[in-house]
Ligand binder design. Structure first.
Ligand SMILES: Nc1ncnc2c1ncn2[C@@H]1O[C@H](COP(=O)(O)OP(=O)(O)OP(=O)(O)O)[C@@H](O)[C@H]1O
Ligand SMILES: [Mg+2]
Length: 368
């Protein structure tokens, strides 16, 4: 059986943050030795922030692009007796931020409960190996710990993704655990009946404001979380940097030696930015699309354009590749949005005469 040491990072489709940034995390932990920190934390809160927000002096870009104040509040919340709830539009890096926080604080971002209509208590707390249960009763060996059990017993952060998609009664199993920090295991005997959370345990939940709303959460559960809303990136230049960097990382992992030229990044990110905010750089108002044009989608479009250019062209991304993948990966099958996109080309893109914009306008024929 493969164990952790023979896993080759380059063979993983998506390595975890603690695998990807193992050296950086080890370096920060070394520098933190002997310094005060919340119980059970691998790093000091200052280093957690540095890991996520980057370090300009050392030329390390931010992994999560957002305000420092927001990040500080998130980190502080995790050191208190409340959980952290990240809410926002799809594709604003809620899951990514929770992964980075868990990797930095606990050295493990893999204790994840995926919330859905079918999530059961077994998926969250624990279940039983029935063969062992029959053979030896509800012993420690027969118990199969789920992420919450592991987080509590190992003193780590547990990530609860899309918590609002779970039925309310399942959300509510979190109530007593978040306030009393104990889990009852009534089947077990003696010492095993109560699991007390180790220091370092806490919960980061994410919820998407487009799907089932946060309003459907019970007031009691809401009270046990600190809420933070993650906004879309509002700075065009920062968004361009991020889209270029992230898409190139993905292309490199796919062994596709293509880079996103600055003028193509500009076309793509400006289009996303303007259609998302409903306003152009020169002050025109636009009709907003129903499709979510998030930064995550922009990265996806750039990645697809790179793959397209590599396999079907000479490896140079051109405006037609951008338009193609805009249609396929972002706009999907909403005819109304295609119409609005065409309107954007006819009224905004057409007027722009500099750089790659005229060629972008020519590529609009693919929208027909
Ligand atoms: N502010 C940001 N900082 C860094 N990366 C971002 C940012 N916004 C979007 N991204 C990009 O989006 C990707 C992650 O999106 P993620 O899946 O975390 O979003 P999400 O908010 O959880 O979406 P959903 O609600 O659909 O689950 C990142 O890998 C990154 O490429
Ligand atoms: Mg998510």
């Amino acid at each position: 059986m493969a164990n952790k040491t023979d896993v080759k990072l380059e063979n993983l489709q998506r390595p975890s943050a603690e695998q990807l940034y193992a050296d950086e995390l080890a370096e920060l932990a070394k520098a933190d030795a002997g310094q005060a920190r919340p119980g059970g934390w691998r790093l000091t809160p200052k280093s957690v922030l540095k890991f996520i927000a980057g370090d300009e002096a050392k030329g390390k870009p931010a992994k999560f692009v957002g305000s420092r104040a927001l990040l500080e509040r998130c980190i502080v919340a995790l050191a208190t007796n409340r959980g952290l709830m990240l809410i926002g539009e799809p594709g604003t890096a809620k899951s990514y931020l929770s992964e980075l926080l868990a990797a930095a604080i606990s050295g493990d971002s893999t204790l994840i409960v995926q919330g859905s209509a079918g999530t059961t208590e077994d998926n969250i707390k624990y279940s039983w190996n029935y063969a062992l249960l029959l053979a030896e009763g509800p012993s420690g060996r027969a118990l199969i710990p789920a992420p919450l059990y592991r987080g509590m017993s190992e003193g780590k952060l547990v990530r609860f993704e899309e918590i609002t998609r779970c039925p309310l009664e399942i959300q509510d199993t979190m109530l007593s655990i978040l306030s009393d920090r104990v889990m009852a295991i009534p089947e077990r005997e003696d010492d095993g009946r109560t699991l007390f959370a180790q220091v370092g345990f806490n919960v980061i939940a994410t919820a998407n404001t487009r799907d089932r709303g946060v309003n459907e959460m019970s007031a009691a559960l809401k009270r046990r979380f600190n809420f933070e809303t993650i906004p879309a990136i509002d700075n065009l230049a920062r968004e361009m940097d991020l889209v270029k960097r992230e898409s190139e990382k993905m292309l490199a992992r796919a062994a596709v030696p293509v880079s996103m030229p600055p003028d193509m990044t500009e076309l793509l990110v400006t289009t996303f930015h303007e259609l998302r905010t409903g306003r152009t750089g020169d002050g025109k108002t636009l009709e907003p699309l129903t499709t979510v044009l998030s930064t995550a989608e922009a990265v996806g479009v750039a990645y697809a354009a790179g793959i397209h250019a590599y396999y079907y062209a000479d490896g140079a991304i051109n405006p037609a590749h951008i338009v193609h993948s805009l249609l396929g990966s972002a706009i999907k099958d909403t005819p109304d949005d295609v119409k609005k996109l065409r309107h954007y080309f006819d009224h905004v893109v057409k007027e722009r005469r500099k750089g790659a914009w005229p060629e972008y306008y020519q590529a609009r024929e693919h929208l027909l």
